[in-house]
Write a protein that binds this ligand. Structure first.
Ligand SMILES: *Cc1c(COP(=O)(O)O)cnc(C)c1O
Length: 480
């Protein structure tokens, strides 16, 4: 299995060669040269496997450069019931991503695939926990170190820190906007005491943090000298790890591989639903892939009209489902490449146009007409919809859902088809966005027992000005 760039102008690489990197040299994203196919018989033979062993079956199709014994050990160490134990008491922690049926609507069953029972209570743990173990493994094999520099407005930073804490050969320097995250999110990150984790609270907003990361990454000499890397959402390892739970959701919802299911995915950077697209390309019987956005509806607009129009910073709204507040969807290029029948030249031209003019128009392109063959459809949700849906699901089924999942449920209900189960991906637990839960329900969000005292734990965080020089100096001092 080799990997190619979506812009068609980089040498093919192996899994371990692209694992620690970001973009391909030509500015594109990596994808396998072809998707491995899973037959219905193979799929049925995976019924009853533990999540870790299912992950082994899926991942081993993509990384022949990791010996099978090593890969098996890595996934078994990652996907344990103990690590994914923060879910609802009635769900089976050993399923890792338990399926929680809500009930029947419009002649079909609707359920939540719980992806947020890991250490930071959001779905990013599903991939990041594996990445932590893969990075440690790859760095040890190569005799290297890595210093991860990142910026976060909440979920990504904490998932990265909990995945990398205590890992040999890895340090994390995470920039966050001072005083701008929820109390729960800051407590999660800042209470980590591991010596390889550094929290830097920047006097500024999230964009300032991101600008600093970009400036450091663009200093190629500094980057090379200090082994600076990232773990952002375009990392292929993250996308691949997410493919597994589409298989798990399918297997939990069906009895035989002649059945179909649909998924609705609360989407921001298109990383999560891109994994669903890949599962479908592999032959998983997915009827529909429903992309649910909030008021930042770049993706909904594309799927409805064929026009992709990246937003400016000033047009990007701060919403009550903040992890979906994006101006452009960084993984979207992977789908466009497939939509254009893997034409790297055309993909490169379109995304160059995004950089220069802010978007492109495929509405009259024959490729856009084929979009339905990929199962995609979309919808959007607003703050009012979110509150209403949280109240409705709580009242009707006695289940409390977070704001992002609420966007998913709202849109899923617009696409129910008789006898085809609809699984909504639950991307966070309500406690992470407790302010909006209080607003919707007039009572506090449920809190998993392990998190009851998190806000009173001692915190380890360094306050710094929004200054590239200061960040570089801090890193230099702490890597030697
Ligand atoms: C990151 C995130 C999303 C968006 O996922 P993408 O892969 O960026 O589409 C949705 N919900 C929550 C809670 C998240 O943390």
């Amino acid at each position: 299995m080799r990997y190619q760039s979506t812009r068609g102008n980089s040498p093919e690489q192996s899994f371990l060669e692209i694992l620690l990197g970001g973009l391909a040299p030509d500015g594109g994203l990596y994808l396998p040269v072809q998707y491995p196919k899973v037959t219905p018989a193979q799929l049925d033979s995976w019924r009853g496997l533990s999540y870790a062993d299912l992950a082994f079956e899926v991942l081993s199709l993509y990384c022949p450069d990791i010996p099978e014994g090593d890969l098996r050990a890595l996934v078994r160490k990652t996907y344990t019931a103990a690590v994914y134990s923060n879910g609802r008491p009635e769900d089976k922690a050993s399923d890792i991503t338990p399926l929680h049926w809500l009930g029947e609507e419009s002649g079909t069953r609707i359920g939540l695939l719980s992806l947020s029972n890991g250490p930071t209570l959001a779905f990013k743990d599903m991939a990041m926990q594996l990445l932590g173990n893969l990075f440690e493994y790859a760095l040890q094999r190569a005799g290297q170190h890595l210093n991860i520099l990142g910026a976060t407005s909440g979920d990504t930073g904490s998932a990265a820190e909990y995945a990398m804490r205590g890992k040999a050969g890895v340090r994390v320097f995470m920039l966050s906007p001072k005083g701008k995250m929820s109390a729960f999110q800051s407590a999660q990150m800042y209470s980590l005491q591991d010596p390889n984790i550094f929290n830097l609270a920047v006097d500024g907003v999230f964009d300032d943090c991101q600008d600093i990361v970009k400036a450091v990454s663009n200093d190629l000499a500094y980057k090379a000298k200090h082994q600076i890397g990232t773990v952002n959402s375009i990392n292929w390892g993250r996308v691949l790890a997410q493919v597994v739970y589409y298989f798990q959701g399918y297997l939990l919802a069906t009895q035989s591989s002649s059945e179909k299911v649909s998924f609705t995915v609360p989407s921001g950077n298109f990383g999560n639903v891109c994994a669903g697209h890949i599962a479908r390309m592999m032959g998983l019987p997915i009827e529909r892939l429903v992309v649910a956005t909030n008021e930042n509806d770049v993706l909904d607009e594309f799927f409805r009209t064929g026009i992709y129009r990246a937003r400016k910073s000033a047009e990007t709204l701060h919403t009550s489902s903040p992890s979906m507040d994006i101006s452009k969807a960084s993984n979207f290029e992977r789908f466009v490449f497939d939509l254009l029948a893997q034409d790297g030249k055309r993909t490169a031209a379109l995304f160059k146009q995004v950089e220069e003019t802010g978007g492109f128009d495929l509405s009259k392109d024959p490729a856009y007409a084929t979009m339905r063959q990929f199962g995609f459809t979309s919808g959007r949700s607003t703050h009012t919809d979110r509150l209403k849906t949280i109240r409705d699901i709580d009242g009707k089924y006695g289940v409390m859902i977070d704001t992002h999942t609420a966007d998913g449920v709202k849109v899923a209900r617009e696409y129910l088809q008789k006898d085809i189960p609809m699984l909504v991906l639950e991307t966070a637990l309500p406690i992470k966005f407790e302010e909006t839960i209080q607003e919707a329900l007039g009572r506090p969000a449920d809190c998993p027992p392990a998190f009851k005292d998190i806000k009173t734990l001692p915190q380890r965080v360094e306050s710094i000005p929004a200054d590239v020089g200061v960040v570089k100096q801090f890193i230099t001092q702490h890597v030697s």
